[in-house]
Design a protein around this ligand. Structure first.
Ligand SMILES: [Zn+2]
Length: 456
């Protein structure tokens, strides 16, 4: 299905700026949108185009039920010689048709071509796509009114991500990811990446790369586990630290190609995009400041819950098992504590209410924890023993007895401190900002990448 029409703009310039957004070429069975982007980098560079940015991986609202967990789209931004514009478009379509999982259910690839800087309508759409659930008709309307063109295979669902990727030019905080791809014959086999070298790389590039290795569970985090063509992805603050990290890792299988992407990974972009006093609706990220209501409780499977309330309502917050030690923090909250919960609002099937799946928590205020204690013996000052339920207290050593009314109210130490808490690494979503990135946020003006950032 083709939407939009060709806009003929007379221009004196010999090149035209072109933004290409691609979404949803992958199914749950394999395939990978970034792989198509990586191939296209080479193909369209050979047509005389010049990249004005690294290829972008844009993660959108991670809570959309019908999308894969990552909800990723890619954008390529180039200056194209006027004469080769059609050729570039043809190459893009050819590459998508050749490498996406066309025909598989749930795979609805789409591509959007936008000439010149993305309009403010496109940028607004992109910002919303980070947190809201958008309809493909909205994407079609914006593409048409901007006079741009797009192509969707199957349903038009992929147009949302493709258009959103174009408009998300990452002028705010961003990170980089070096992605290396496997040869076709190796796809589906165990990835042969040396674990020790990954730990070494993690140590040597500390605080400039993130989510490399999970020490808590002794697990490599840079390699995915599916049959897709990605061998590994290293995330970090700059292209140069990624090249250094890549050179440290020992890999025992051929690498087909590698590319450095600029991305919103690890930036909390989904939380930052929520409008102030935005709606609290299912399948969207939420930020809720409030007071802990009920004492936290644990259910089988190790999940921990508590209730949070403020003037807008009352919610159940959940710290699931994979969040690891994060659950201990949550379990130590008590009624009256003041916190800000960051998470995903999900409809609770049984109770018809919303549960907030926690992605991080800020503890602002801790109330005093009061507890009743047995009295101390007036003679030896040790805690006395109760002689039984509703009985008096006794010190056997000193043979002293006190009435049961002598129980004392004391302040107990809290086993949690004020501050920000983030779940275990393995529970991080692509957009989750790891603790190591706080204070490293950056801005960026669109300018051509320099140095070596892709092969060959
Ligand atoms: Zn005593």
């Amino acid at each position: 299905m083709l939407v939009g029409s060709e806009r003929i703009t007379p221009t004196r310039s010999k090149t035209v700026q072109l933004h290409i957004g691609i979404d949803d070429t992958d199914s749950r069975k394999g395939g990978c949108t970034t792989y198509i982007a990586a191939r296209l980098v080479e193909t369209i560079a050979n047509l005389g185009t010049q990249f004005i940015d690294y290829p972008n991986i844009i993660r959108l609202n991670p809570n959309i039920p019908y999308k894969t967990r990552g909800n990723a789209a890619v954008a390529l931004r180039v200056n194209v010689p006027i004469g080769t514009y059609d050729l570039v478009r043809e190459e893009v379509l050819h590459e998508i048709e050749k490498n996406s999982e066309l025909g598989r259910p749930g795979t609805d690839p789409a591509v959007v071509f936008v000439r010149g800087n993305p309009t403010s309508a496109i940028r607004r759409f992109s910002r919303r796509a980070l947190w809201d659930v958008l309809h493909e008709d909205d994407a079609v309307r914006i593409i048409r009114s901007a006079g741009e063109s797009a192509l969707a295979y199957g349903t038009r669902l992929g147009l949302v991500g493709a258009l959103a990727a174009v408009g998300q030019t990452l002028t705010g905080d961003h990170t980089f990811e070096l992605v290396a791809y496997r040869t076709k014959s190796n796809c589906g086999t165990t990835r042969r990446v040396d674990e020790k070298s990954v730990k070494r790389m993690d140590r040597l590039t500390a605080s400039k790369t993130f989510n490399n290795y999970d020490l808590e569970n002794s697990r490599i985090l840079i390699t995915p586990h599916g049959p897709d063509p990605v061998l590994l992805g290293i995330r970090g603050e700059t292209p140069s630290v990624l090249r250094k990290a890549f050179s440290i890792i020992r890999i025992y299988e051929p690498i087909e190609r590698w590319v450095i992407f600029r991305t919103n990974h690890g930036t909390d972009a989904h939380f930052n995009a929520i409008p102030p006093s935005g709606p609290i609706e299912p399948d969207r990220p939420v930020i809720l400041r409030g007071t802990v209501g009920d004492r936290p409780w644990r259910i089988s499977g190790g999940h921990v819950f508590f209730t949070l309330h403020n003037q807008k309502g009352r919610w159940t917050c959940a710290a699931f098992e994979p969040t690891g030690n994060f659950r201990k923090t949550v379990a130590n909250l008590i009624p009256g504590d003041r916190v800000t919960a960051y998470g995903a609002a999900k409809k609770n099937q049984t109770r018809q209410s919303l549960t907030i799946n926690l992605e991080k928590i800020m503890i602002h205020r801790l109330v005093e924890k009061r507890q009743l204690e047995n009295p101390r013996c007036p003679s030896c000052h040790k805690h006395m023993k109760s002689a039984g339920r509703d009985q008096s207290f006794r010190c056997r050593k000193c043979s002293i007895t006190l009435p049961k009314s002598r129980k004392t109210l004391t302040t107990a130490a809290r086993s949690v401190m004020l501050g920000l808490y983030v779940p275990a690494l393995k529970a991080h979503r692509h957009l989750t900002k790891p603790l190591s990135r706080y204070g490293q946020e950056k801005t960026w003006d669109l300018r051509p990448p320099s140095g070596k950032w892709h092969n060959p």
